[in-house]
Design a protein around this ligand. Structure first.
Ligand code: ATP
Ligand code: MG
Length: 579
């Protein structure tokens, strides 16, 4: 392809709303262009990378007998009411009415649609197993779309669904997809981690995320330095590396004391000289689940944590079997429940359920808020001074915590969630009457799994992990073009004919060639070549051609090979072979 024939305009500077490198580079290279927040046009170069990644996915899914279909993007409300996700997904679903006043949403995920697709046909145990996928545009009304294709409102997802007669075979299907995903991401040649994850509101018990490692990733991962254990921080068990033991053996008498203006744990630590890990903080949450929670009468619960710890809302959600992570109460609501401002609250005298993080277990004679402004109480002890509903692991794990599987330690990484596999069990089959007759003629619900890959997010994640100060370094597997020829004297017929020839012989070998035939200065062309980041750059100019020295440059290492015109194709092939 020639630059003069395509629609490509590069930018020197990224717009100010592009915050992370991959977003900046995609915009500057014309790979994507914003239409509105979270909505992007994929330019031809961006689309070529997306299509290449799609073909890797198709190739690997075919190997595990997954069959491609394409479902509608617009779904009727009735379908989503069958599982109640019309309500559970809340404002994340973009809902609208047609001219007949029928309600619809844009597909955010397709469990309902795919069960509807198969439920009238999968009727006998002989019809199983089945595995179906599509690559399609999804719409999620993200509150804050950001980072370009990383968190779009409209984005492309590969979603696959497996159907099996029982749990054993459903888990076999899960393993097969897990391995197919490993192959897919391995083919990108970049660094990723597979981590234990939260099932979100898709439901299900076993679930892993595929995370591309990158500093700008939104997810926190904790990885064992001893075993293969790796988890998203959302679900990572938090175990102190050195178990805490109180110095006190006796329980002392409680004592209220004045703490004027001491609002935060840091304030209190200074004021009392007691370290934060021996102070107890009390957080108040709404027990009203779902997004309409605020419309009903306030129900609340409290969470106790050591002052040095952070609460993990996903753990709280899972402990209390809530649909969504709980919301913190406002200061006003806290006052109604406890009688004091948040900085002076504690568990003593509360009439709501109190859950405590395991880290509190071994504390003795600790300090809590007195539920009276500017007062705290010391020498407080659970069981004696207040009743706990339950101890549980409720804190965020952190680097240095103990590995849950060994005596190793956890190390922290940032990741971009590019894929997610879920074992769903019978959740959707039960709600949507997905049943079949087993070998004994008995009606059974089938078992499902669902498997997503963020196609557009992965393409950008590759750039986030693979770039330098000059631009993108595309992994060969999804590079829009393999070879970028900078034709320095495009008006020279001889040179153009030569470039035509290399283009042809490379194309015959199935390499994609891009020719910069613009009438621009060499330096300008080289900058653009670095920005676009195709694996090999070739510089064809009159001077080099006559001197029998044509430059073949490896984009990643910047290594330059100077070869005679008849050696160019072979050299390009050599450079590409080692990538
Ligand atoms: P996230 O936690 O990032 O919001 P999710 O867990 O809700 O994602 P899934 O339902 O697991 O997403 O969707 C499957 C895949 O689709 C994700 O692993 C991710 O790669 C991709 N994806 C999800 N939301 C977006 C989005 N807003 N923009 C781009 N890709 C997305
Ligand atoms: Mg997910």
């Amino acid at each position: 392809m020639k630059w003069s024939k395509t629609h490509l305009f590069t930018l020197k500077e990224a717009p100010s709303d592009a915050e992370i490198p991959s977003h900046k580079l995609m915009i500057r290279g014309g790979f994507i262009k914003k239409l509105a927040p979270g909505l992007y046009t994929y330019g031809n170069m961006g689309l070529r990378a997306i299509r290449k990644f799609e073909s890797i996915i198709r190739d690997e899914l075919e190997k595990v007998d997954s069959v491609e279909i394409l479902m509608p993007m617009v779904h009727p409300k009735e379908l989503w009411m069958e599982t109640n996700r019309w309500n559970e997904m809340g404002a994340g679903l973009l809902k609208f009415k047609n001219r007949n006043n029928h309600e619809f949403c844009l597909g955010a995920t397709h469990e309902e649609a795919v069960v509807d697709y198969v439920r009238h046909e999968l009727k006998s145990w002989r019809d199983f197993p089945k595995n179906i996928y599509q690559i399609q545009t999804k719409y999620r009304d993200e509150i804050r779309p950001r980072f370009g294709l990383m968190r779009g409102r409209e984005f492309s997802m590969k979603d696959a669904y497996s159907f099996d007669v029982d749990q054993t075979s459903a888990l076999v299907a899960y393993d097969k997809m897990y391995k197919a995903y490993e192959n897919i991401f391995n083919r990108l040649g970049l660094q990723f981690r597979i981590v234990q994850a939260d099932a979100g509101n898709i439901g299900g018990s076993q679930t892993h995320e595929f995370q591309m490692l990158a500093d700008a990733g939104e997810d926190s991962l904790l990885v064992s330095d001893k075993t293969s254990f790796a988890a998203n921080i959302e679900v990572c068990p938090a175990i102190d590396s050195v178990p805490y033991q109180s110095k006190d053996t006796e329980l002392k008498a409680v004592e209220k004391f004045s703490t004027p203006g001491q609002k935060t744990i840091a304030d209190l630590e200074k004021f009392t000289s007691v370290p934060a890990n021996e102070l107890v903080k009390t957080l108040f949450f709404s027990a009203n689940d779902g997004l309409d929670a605020r419309d009903t009468a306030l129900k609340a619960f409290a969470i106790l944590l050591r002052g040095s710890d952070e609460v993990n809302p996903i753990k709280v959600k899972n402990l209390l079997k809530m649909t969504n992570p709980p919301q913190l109460l406002t200061d006003e609501e806290v006052k109604t429940i406890s009688g004091a401002n948040p900085g002076s609250c504690g568990p003593v005298g509360l009439k709501i359920p109190i859950y405590a993080d395991n880290g509190i277990k071994n504390l003795k004679n600790y300090i809590v808020g007195a539920n009276e402004n500017d007062y705290h109480i010391k020498n407080v002890n659970h069981d004696r001074d207040y009743k706990l509903t339950e101890f549980a692991d409720l804190r965020m794990a952190r680097e240095g915590d103990k590995c849950p599987e060994s005596d190793g330690r956890l190390k922290s990484y940032r990741g971009i969630e590019v894929g997610h596999v879920f074992y769903l069990g019978q959740k959707y089959a039960q709600k949507m009457n997905g049943n079949f007759l087993d070998k004994n003629g008995r009606a059974q619900f089938y078992e499902m799994g669902c498997y997503g890959i963020g196609v557009t997010r992965t393409v950008q994640a590759c750039i986030e992990q693979s770039h330098d100060q000059d631009g993108i370094i595309w992994p060969k597997a999804i590079a829009p073009f393999h070879v970028h020829i900078c034709l320095l004297d495009p008006k020279d017929a001889n040179l153009s004919a030569y470039v035509e020839k290399i283009d042809q012989s490379l194309s015959e070998k199935r390499y994609d060639v891009f020719v910069d035939d613009r009438d621009e200065r060499p330096g300008f062309k080289f900058k653009d070549a670095d920005l676009l980041g195709f694996p090999v750059r070739v510089v064809v100019g009159k001077k080099g051609f006559e001197a029998n020295e044509i430059e073949v440059v490896n984009r990643k290492t910047k290594e330059v090979h100077k070869v005679s015109p008849d050696q160019v194709v072979a050299t390009i092939e050599k450079v590409l072979a080692i990538l």
